[in-house]
Ligand binder design. Structure first.
Ligand SMILES: CC(=O)SCCNC(=O)CCNC(=O)[C@H](O)C(C)(C)COP(=O)(O)OP(=O)(O)OC[C@H]1O[C@@H](n2cnc3c(N)ncnc32)[C@H](O)[C@@H]1OP(=O)(O)O
Length: 200
């Protein structure tokens, strides 16, 4: 298995994989000055075909758009990383490339898309739909029946009450309390959360 992105986020994923008793052969990164991360070799820039056939990858890059761009540029096989101290319902689907940090809870009948980040201690309650390339930051709390559209970033400690639909490529500020639906690309902050501008 290989990681793409030798960043702080990459370090956290490396430790999850260690906790799972799986091994990482190395990391790819476009910065030639990066030679190692947490004792693992940084091999260099990822070039199509310059890795073993059937190798599995995780894109360890926090930026949602950059993760999506990588999946469009490279034809790779992906795996997931799920910390053993995460509590994931057996009735929940988790898509390829997704990473789930320590202390995360996902409750019954929720669906987690591809290349999603469920960061430390966030909770996703029953019947939620989390689309591809979403990042739910540490300690964010999604009540039941919440949907989050592709590429949206939910900030640290944000709360989304039950039944809310958050659009695609939106940003929910740290600590926001979201009481009603959020349109595509909106950036919302505060309690109650209000739109301050839009992502381009
Ligand atoms: C492991 C990890 O590290 S995971 C990463 C977790 N990271 C996060 O949760 C970060 C989430 N990001 C934020 O909350 C950011 O502040 C954003 C994206 C909402 C806004 O960022 P920017 O576009 O740079 O906004 P900017 O800092 O210019 O602030 C604009 C206004 O909104 C206010 N504001 C910004 N963020 C928030 C917030 N979270 N809550 C309340 N008000 C906020 C600012 O005070 C400012 O108000 P003013 O115009 O009255 O002075």
């Amino acid at each position: 298995m290989y990681l793409i992105g030798a960043s702080g986020h990459g370090k956290v994923i490396l430790e999850i994989i260690e906790e799972e008793n799986r091994t990482v052969a190395g990391l790819f990164d476009s910065n030639p000055e990066k030679k190692e991360l947490s004792g693992y070799p940084v091999i260099g820039n990822l070039q199509q075909g310059e890795y073993p056939q059937n190798a599995r990858f995780i894109i360890s890059i926090g930026n949602n758009k950059t993760r999506k761009d990588h999946t469009e540029r490279f034809d790779l096989l992906y795996t997931t990383a799920v910390h053993p101290k995460a509590a994931i319902s057996r009735r929940c689907d988790v898509g390829e490339g997704t990473v789930i940090m320590a202390g995360v809870s996902v409750n019954s009948d929720s669906s987690i898309g591809k290349h999603v980040i469920l960061n430390t201690n966030c909770s996703v309650d029953h019947d939620c739909i989390i689309e591809d390339f979403v990042h739910i930051s540490p300690n964010a709390c999604l009540a039941g029946n919440v949907t989050v559209g592709e590429g949206t970033h939910i900030g640290a400690g944000a709360v989304i009450i039950q039944g809310v639909n958050v659009g695609r490529w939106a940003t929910i500020g740290a600590g926001a309390v979201v009481l009603k639906d959020v349109e595509d690309h909106a950036i919302v902050v505060g309690n109650p959360a209000k739109v301050i501008r839009h992502n381009h």
